[in-house]
Design a protein around this ligand. Structure first.
Ligand SMILES: [Zn+2]
Length: 243
C-alpha cells in the first residue's frame, strides 16, 4: 500500500478556461509493473488500481472545465463563452484531485469528452478520450459500454486519419500505428471487413517501416480477423439453414 501511494504525485495545473491553479494526481513513470498489453495498446499493470489512464484528465474544481494535456493550449473567445454557458454556469464545486477509482475516472472522462466536443478539439484528442473511456469499462467487465465507446473512438480515429491530425493527440502515434489501431478496434466491434482493410493498409508499410513490432501485430490480428470473419459466415450459414 505504501509503495502504491508513493507511485502517485501531485501535479500543479492551470485551468485552460478560468486560469485557476489546481492540483491533480499523476502516476510516476516507471513506478508500475506492466502485466499485459492488449492488442489495442491497453496496458494492464500488476497494481490493478493504479493505471495511469485514471489520471490523464484534469478537472478544474472551480469551473468544471475538464481537459487532457493534449487539448489545445488556449480556448478561443467563442469557445470560452460556450464553456461558460454549458459547463461553468451549471458547475457546483467538486474536486477530482485525490485518488481516483474507476468510477470517478469514468466521470472525469465524460466531462472531458463533453468539453472536447464543445470546444472542437482535434479528432485524435477526442479519439484518445473515447478509447480510454472504453478501456475503463473493460476493467469493469462492462462490455456493452466498452464497445459503445470503442465505436466512437474508431469513428474519431478514422477522421483523424483523413485529416492527418493524429500526431496531435499522442506523440507516439504514427500512420502505421494508427492504421493498425483502427483495424484492431473494428475487429473488436465485429466489423471484420473494415478490420481486414485497415490491417492491409498497415501491412503495405511492410518494407518501408522500422516499426516491425506493429507489422507483426498487424499480421497476427489480420489472420485472427479473417478466422473470425469465416466463423461468422459459417454461423450465418447455419442460421440460414435452420431458418
Ligand atoms: Zn477552471
Amino acid at each position: 500500500m505504501i509503495e502504491k501511494i508513493s507511485a502517485l504525485y501531485d501535479k500543479s495545473i492551470i485551468c485552460r478556461h478560468c486560469e485557476t491553479p489546481f492540483s491533480t494526481k499523476r502516476i510516476r513513470g516507471g513506478s508500475l509493473t506492466m502485466e499485459h498489453r492488449d492488442a489495442d495498446f491497453c496496458t494492464r499493470f500488476k497494481e490493478k488500481s493504479m493505471n495511469p489512464i485514471l489520471y490523464s484528465v484534469n478537472v478544474c474544481p472551480q469551473c468544471g472545465f475538464a481537459f487532457s494535456d493534449q487539448f489545445n493550449a488556449k480556448l478561443t473567445p467563442a469557445q470560452a463563452k460556450i464553456v461558460q454557458q454549458k459547463i461553468s454556469s451549471k458547475w457546483t464545486q467538486k474536486d477530482f484531485g485525490s485518488i481516483r477509482k474507476n468510477e470517478e475516472a469514468i466521470a472525469c472522462y465524460k466531462l472531458a469528452i463533453y468539453a472536447a466536443e464543445l470546444t472542437d478539439q482535434p479528432h485524435s484528442v477526442k479519439a484518445g478520450l473515447y478509447l480510454r473511456l472504453g478501456w475503463l469499462y473493460r476493467f469493469l467487465d462492462n462490455t456493452a459500454e466498452e464497445l459503445r465507446f470503442i465505436g466512437m473512438a474508431v469513428d474519431e480515429y478514422e477522421h483523424s486519419y483523413i485529416h492527418s491530425d493524429y500526431m496531435r493527440g499522442d506523440k507516439e502515434m504514427s500512420e502505421i500505428r494508427l492504421l493498425y489501431l483502427i483495424g484492431e478496434l473494428h475487429r473488436r466491434l465485429g466489423e471484420f471487413d473494415s478490420a481486414i482493410r485497415y490491417f492491409g493498409k498497415a501491412l503495405e508499410f511492410r518494407n518501408s517501416t522500422i516499426e516491425s513490432g506493429i507489422i507483426r501485430m498487424a499480421q497476427d490480428q489480420w489472420q485472427l480477423a479473417r478466422e473470425e470473419y469465416k466463423e461468422k459466415q459459417k454461423f450465418k450459414g447455419n442460421e440460414h439453414e435452420i431458418g
